[in-house]
Write a protein of this length. Structure first.
Length: 119
């Protein structure tokens, strides 16, 4: 079972894990468990962002591939780091994930039950 506490930082609420990683309060616990596994194994993945209510993929093609790292500071959010030589990356929209695949082999790690591509 996932253990966390709810914390507030910069007027946003987060689920703060025992290891210090903070996820948006709206991120489902099962998604957090998967993202932590991906981060710990340093698996390179491709994210599909979208509407988690409908499963509609937004069709983003930039800044969607990499490994999961963490920011520094008191609120350590997950970052999408392009490769091992990269020094940082963009924050991951953990509450907007509709599909995750590995970049090598294209194995689907997660897919929303109603996943579909937008127009």
């Amino acid at each position: 079972m996932l253990k966390y506490e709810i914390v507030t930082s910069n007027m946003s609420k987060y689920k703060k894990l025992d290891n210090g990683t903070c996820y948006d309060e709206e991120t489902p616990d099962k998604m957090i468990e998967l993202l932590e596994e991906i981060r710990e194994k340093q698996t390179r993945v491709r994210f599909h962002w979208g509407d988690t209510k409908t499963g509609k993929d937004w069709g983003d093609t930039y800044d969607v591939k990499g490994r999961i790292g963490r920011s520094t500071g008191s609120t350590k959010i997950p970052l999408l780091v392009y490769n091992r030589r990269s020094l940082g990356g963009d924050g991951i929209l953990t509450d907007c994930i509709v599909k995750i695949t590995t970049t090598l082999g294209k194995q689907t790690l997660y897919e929303h039950s109603n996943y579909h591509k937008g127009e």
